[in-house]
Design a protein around this ligand. Structure first.
Ligand code: IMP
Length: 425
């Protein structure tokens, strides 16, 4: 069974890029299956920091194949600039190894502009989207008026379709939001040029992936966002517009579950969330600020400060159920250094009653109050630890406690941003 799926177990930003980079070493191909450039995956190799939004993190390994699956939404201009950035830094971006599904959907300038206008119009109920046009591109996909990446094969026809999309968006921008229209000329030319550049990358990713799987080569599926941002499994409407969870890998690439043997949940040692929506363990105090500063908790894509809080076991158990995780990676353990005490939410209190199942109703989740268990912290710098025995006893106890409460084995703990700063268990 040659497939590993890596999924964020919380609200995104768990450090999936780095885990994918690690696991890529034992994979033949790496695939993104959902979302678009709302994602921001960071991979650090020596002095080089790669911030990737569309191309799978495994691209930094030059001998691996990379796939952008049909479940994704693609901004062609941003994809071209990401490929150019990689090429400038010596990464092989040849179309022999990077393949874009012709059945992904295109994010047009109209989608981006409408995303911003619509979220602004929501006022205090804003989702706080990344304004990358994600929701609008998936809306067009679902209503069957979307633009497929495959249409880039004919750049002139594609330009006409982008022009049409901008004109349609301009009508809504002006009539519904009182916003100025976009000037189509430059945008259309830019999209047409990007289409020409991307033509060689268009390939039947489904067939290529199946050839790999049939040859028993390993495929790593790199999730974007996180379980609690999944359109079906997060707290609607404070979600993204795709299936970030395990199931999304199968629909977003097109293979059956019998190929999958490893489902790895990436869990930050505490919790963060960007944008609005329920977050029971959020810390609006000095401890929250300490986590934000120590963990550099500012969005890779938007630069927004992330909301920070303690690890939420109620939400994690839900994520384990939804995804079927059989292994966990704990990330950013080093950030907790210096805390006298660390808390884990093991239950919630909802309207005066204790509960251990995460409420699915968004308003109920907003009212849920965390019930904490406290464990001792540690004061040592653990960034040099490489095996469990290098870690202070309190850190080891925290890891063991997470395993006990979750019922899932931890396979790796990251203790710093660099590739080798990890403890293998
Ligand atoms: P959208 O995906 O841009 O529509 O944003 C919907 C919600 O998901 C907002 O709360 C975003 O902040 C959040 N979101 C989207 N992508 C990411 C991500 O990669 N990391 C963390 N949050 C994200």
């Amino acid at each position: 069974m040659p497939v590993t799926i890596v999924v964020g177990a919380q609200w995104g930003d768990e450090g999936k890029g780095r885990v994918a980079d690690w696991l890529a070493r034992e994979s033949d191909g790496i695939a993104r299956y959902a979302g678009g450039d709302n994602a921001g995956h960071t991979v650090i190799v020596g002095d080089a920091v790669f911030k990737l939004h569309l191309v799978p993190s495994g691209v930094v390994h030059s001998d691996k194949k990379c796939f952008l699956g049909n479940g994704m939404v693609i901004n062609p201009v941003r994809l071209v600039s990401e490929l150019d950035m990689l090429a400038e830094r010596g990464i092989d971006i040849s179309p022999d190894r990077i393949h874009l599904s012709p059945r992904a959907h295109v994010i047009t300038p109209g989608h981006m502009e409408l995303d911003g206008a619509a979220d602004k119009a929501r006022g205090k109920d804003a989702i706080g989207t990344t304004k990358r046009g994600i929701g609008l591109a998936y809306t067009d996909k679902a209503t069957r008026v979307g633009l497929l990446t495959g249409e880039m094969a004919d750049a002139e026809q594609f330009a006409d379709a982008v022009q049409h999309s901008i004109e349609q968006a301009n009508i809504i921008l002006q009539s519904k939001y009182g916003a100025p229209p976009m000037d189509a000329v430059e945008l259309v030319a830019e999209y047409a040029e990007a289409a020409r550049r991307l033509q060689p990358y268009l390939a039947d990713t489904n067939a290529l992936i199946h050839d790999m799987l049939e040859a028993d080569q390993r495929l790593l599926c790199e999730g974007a966002q996180g379980t609690l941002l999944d359109i079906d499994h997060g707290h609607y409407p404070f979600v993204t517009s795709s299936n970030a969870t395990t199931g999304g890998a199968m629909t977003g690439l097109g293979f059956g579950p019998h190929y999958v043997d490893r489902v790895i949940g990436v869990v930050k040692a505490y919790c963060t969330r960007v944008g609005n929506g329920p977050f029971p363990t959020e810390l609006l105090d000095e401890t929250g600020e300490q986590l934000r500063q120590a963990g550099h908790e500012f969005g890779t894509t938007t630069g927004r400060p992330r909301r920070c809080g303690w690890l939420d076991m109620v939400a994690l158990k839900y994520a384990i159920r939804v995804n079927g995780f059989n292994e966990l990676v704990l990330s950013k353990m080093d950030v907790l250094g210096g805390m006298a005490e660390i808390k884990i939410a093991t239950a919630y209190e909802l309207d005066g009653k204790p509960i251990t199942n995460m409420p699915l109703d968004t308003a109920a989740m907003e009212r849920a109050q965390p019930v904490y268990e406290a464990v001792p912290g540690w004061d040592a710098d653990i960034s040099g630890a490489r095996v469990m025995a290098d870690l202070p006893e309190a850190t080891q106890r925290y890891i063991k406690r997470i395993e006990e409460l979750s019922g899932v084995k931890v396979m790796m703990v990251s203790v710093g941003p660099e590739r080798d700063q990890a403890v293998q268990l």
